[in-house]
Design a protein around this ligand. Sequence first.
Ligand SMILES: CCCCC/C=C\C/C=C\C/C=C\C/C=C\CCCC(=O)SCCNC(=O)CCNC(=O)[C@H](O)C(C)(C)COP(=O)(O)OP(=O)(O)OC[C@H]1O[C@@H](n2cnc3c(N)ncnc32)[C@H](O)[C@@H]1OP(=O)(O)O
Length: 217
Amino acid sequence: MTTPHDTSAQTAQRIDAMEMTKHRRTPAPDTPQTRAYIRLLEEVSNFQHALVQANPTAEASDELIAKLASVRETLEQAAVPEAERLYARGELSGGEMQVLMPPLTVEHVDDHEFRAHTVAGEFAMGMNQAMHGGVVSVLFDTAMGRLAMGTEMLSARTVYLTTQYRNITPIGERLDLTATVDTVEGRKKFISGQLWHGDTLCAEADSLFVAVKPGQQ
Ligand SMILES: CCCCC/C=C\C/C=C\C/C=C\C/C=C\CCCC(=O)SCCNC(=O)CCNC(=O)[C@H](O)C(C)(C)COP(=O)(O)OP(=O)(O)OC[C@H]1O[C@@H](n2cnc3c(N)ncnc32)[C@H](O)[C@@H]1OP(=O)(O)O
């Protein structure tokens, strides 16, 4: 039996970055299996929010642990290599097919501009109803990474990402995220982004993405 964080199993395989990107960025086929998996991720996301809000009794925690262990074992029986997974598939790694960050709903993306919005639950909170700064940065990385891939969806990596936190980013409110390609120099794209709550600028970021070369991981 594998442990929850086992990456030595045959399911952890590295392949060429371009091949993996092709797989990950191709939307999963619209089948009953995919639709059910999306519902499962939604329930996991709801679970994450409920988890941070609750103070269960010791008995309730022990009951939950037993139930969760049983759920985990069911998932372990269905594990597949990364290049076959449904998880994080689709044109945006930060959409509804993942539970790492608040899901971004894309409104527009081309080779120059990206626009999306999100509403974050308390799982994404640092404290006092403010979003954790690292979650702000992962939203920027995902949005700007998607923009760097452009309409041709070529794999690109973050070389640096600098986030300036201007105002508290609220939990439970609509947030709008925009990103723009400022300069292109060969494999390099310099991209800036802003995260807005209404007219309030919550954070802004500058980044450099570099397109991967054939053969890179
Ligand atoms: C469930 C949600 C999942 C979300 C997915 C998030 C992450 C997934 C992780 C990996 C998947 C990859 C792509 C996914 C797409 C977008 C999502 C976000 C992307 C990331 O989150 S990805 C993880 C973090 N990221 C890294 O893990 C990068 C580590 N790194 C490297 O892999 C190499 O570093 C590489 C390949 C980037 C470059 O290496 P290389 O050998 O190909 O190229 P080289 O070194 O020649 O640099 C080329 C030109 O960039 C200039 N340059 C370099 N560094 C500079 C600096 N600091 N400042 C200014 N200029 C710089 C040079 O000066 C030269 O410029 P010039 O050509 O003009 O001389």
